[in-house]
Design a protein around this ligand. Structure first.
Ligand SMILES: *Cc1c(COP(=O)(O)O)cnc(C)c1O
Length: 372
C-alpha cells in the first residue's frame, strides 16, 4: 500500500491545533465532577442556541436520538407517514420507524443530492404527518418550497442539520425554517465532540420543554417524572469539548468553503468529473465534497495509489438497503438516488488540510482526467 499523503480526515491534527484548550476543558469537568448535565451542558445549550440563532436548544446523546426525540414531541404515532429523502445516512429513516411511524422515501432532484420537493408532493397521503429534509453534505435543501408544501398540507418539518452547522439560505441559517432542527456532534461532523453528542433547536417553547422532558426520564425537575421518557443526555465532557471548539467553527467553515472553491475551479476542467452543484442563494458548509464520475471505483483506486484517501457517502441509497428490502423498491422508483450511488466519491476536505495536499488531490485528478 502506498503511504497515505492525504488522509480522508485528521481529527488528531485538529486536537493538536487546540490541545491546551481541550485539555483544560476536560480537566475542568473532572475537577468539578460535572459528568452528567451540570454547568458545561447548560452553557453549551445557551451558546449553541445563540450560534444558530434559535430560541431554545435541548442537548441529547447523539444525532439519531435527537430525531427520535423530535418526533416523539411532535406526537408521531403508529401508522403515521413521514416523508424523507432516499439519499442520507440511515439515522434519518431509522428514527422514523423507531418513533412508530412509516418511512416514505422521496427521490433527490436530478441536479443535486437534496430531496426533491415535487417528489415530496407526490408522496403525500391522508396519513402523512411530517417531512424530514436533510441538508446532506452541508448543502441546504430547497426550504422555501418545502415549507410551502408543509403549510399547504399542515405537516410538521424537522430539518436534519447533522451535516450542515451554519449553512445558510439567503443569509438565514438552516434549521430556522422548520419546526425543529436536529444536530449531530459525532466526532467527524463539522462541529464534533470526542464521542457521541447531539442537540435539537427550536423557537417553540412547548416543543422545547416536551423534548427536554422526554430525553430526561420524563421530568424537567429532579424527582418529577410526569411521563415515562428515555435517557438521552449529552455528558459534561462532550459539552466542555464542544464549547472549546465552538469559537473555531466559523473559521473552520470558511476554510472548508475555500478548499471547496479551489477544488471546483480546478475540477470543472475535467470532463468525466461532475463537481458539487452550486445552488443560488445557498451557502454549503461542505461537510463532504462529493464529485461524480462514471468510473468511480477506478478513480478511487487511482487516488489511493497516489496516497489520497477517499470515501463513499453512501454506497447504497436508503430504499435499496437490506433493512428496507421488505418494501421491494426498484431502481426506477428512485432513479436519481440510484444513479448517484454508483458514481459519488467524497474527496478529502477538512480545515486542517494543507495547500500542498489540496494541490496533490487536484494534480492527481488532472492526471486521471488525461487518461479518461
Ligand atoms: C451523522 C448523522 C446523523 C446521526 O448522528 P449520530 O450523532 O451519529 O447519531 C443523522 N443524520 C445525518 C444526515 C447524519 O449525517
Amino acid at each position: 500500500m502506498p503511504k497515505v499523503l492525504v488522509p480522508f480526515a485528521d481529527l488528531y491534527l485538529q486536537y493538536l491545533g487546540m490541545k491546551e484548550s481541550i485539555d483544560s476543558a476536560i480537566a475542568d469537568v473532572i475537577r468539578t465532577s460535572s459528568y452528567i448535565r451540570g454547568e458545561y451542558v447548560e452553557e453549551f445549550e445557551k451558546k449553541f442556541a445563540s450560534l444558530v440563532s434559535a430560541d431554545y436548544c435541548v442537548s441529547c446523546a447523539n444525532g439519531t436520538d435527537s430525531l427520535f426525540i423530535a418526533m416523539h414531541a411532535l406526537g408521531v404515532k403508529s401508522g403515521d407517514e413521514v416523508i424523507t429523502t432516499a439519499h442520507s445516512w440511515i439515522s434519518t429513516s431509522e428514527s422514523i420507524s423507531q418513533a412508530g411511524g412509516n418511512v416514505v422515501f422521496a427521490d433527490t432532484t436530478a441536479s443535486s443530492y437534496q430531496i426533491d420537493p415535487e417528489q415530496i408532493l407526490s408522496k403525500i397521503t391522508s396519513k402523512t404527518v411530517g417531512i424530514i429534509p436533510v441538508h446532506l453534505y452541508g448543502q441546504p435543501c430547497d426550504m422555501q418550497r418545502i415549507m410551502e408544501i408543509a403549510d399547504e398540507f399542515n405537516l410538521w418539518v424537522i430539518e436534519d442539520c447533522a451535516q450542515a452547522h451554519l449553512a445558510t439560505i439567503d443569509d438565514r441559517y438552516v434549521g430556522s425554517f422548520g419546526d425543529i432542527a436536529s444536530y449531530s456532534f459525532y466526532p467527524g461532523k463539522n462541529l464534533g465532540a470526542m464521542g457521541d453528542a447531539g442537540a435539537l433547536t427550536t423557537n417553540n417553547k412547548n416543543l422545547s420543554d416536551s423534548m427536554a422532558k422526554f430525553a430526561r426520564h420524563g421530568g424537567l425537575k429532579k424527582g418529577s417524572h410526569e411521563i415515562e421518557g428515555i435517557n438521552s443526555r449529552m455528558d459534561g465532557m462532550q459539552a466542555a469539548v464542544l464549547l472549546a471548539k465552538m469559537p473555531h467553527l466559523r473559521g473552520w467553515t470558511s476554510r472548508r468553503q475555500q478548499i471547496a472553491q479551489i477544488y471546483s475551479e480546478a475540477l470543472k476542467e475535467i470532463k468525466s468529473i461532475s463537481v458539487p452543484p452550486e445552488i443560488i442563494g445557498t451557502q454549503s458548509v461542505f461537510h463532504l465534497y462529493v464529485i461524480k464520475d462514471k468510473r468511480r471505483d477506478e478513480l478511487a483506486k487511482f487516488l489511493i495509489e497516489r496516497g489520497i484517501q477517499t470515501s463513499i457517502n453512501y454506497p447504497v441509497a436508503l430504499p435499496f438497503l437490506p433493512a428496507y428490502k421488505k418494501y421491494g423498491y426498484k431502481s426506477m422508483d428512485f432513479p436519481n438516488a440510484y444513479k448517484n450511488q454508483s458514481q459519488i466519491l467524497s474527496l478529502p476536505l477538512y480545515p486542517e488540510m494543507e495547500d500542498w495536499q489540496v494541490n496533490l488531490v487536484i494534480d492527481s485528478l488532472r492526471e486521471y482526467g488525461r487518461y479518461s
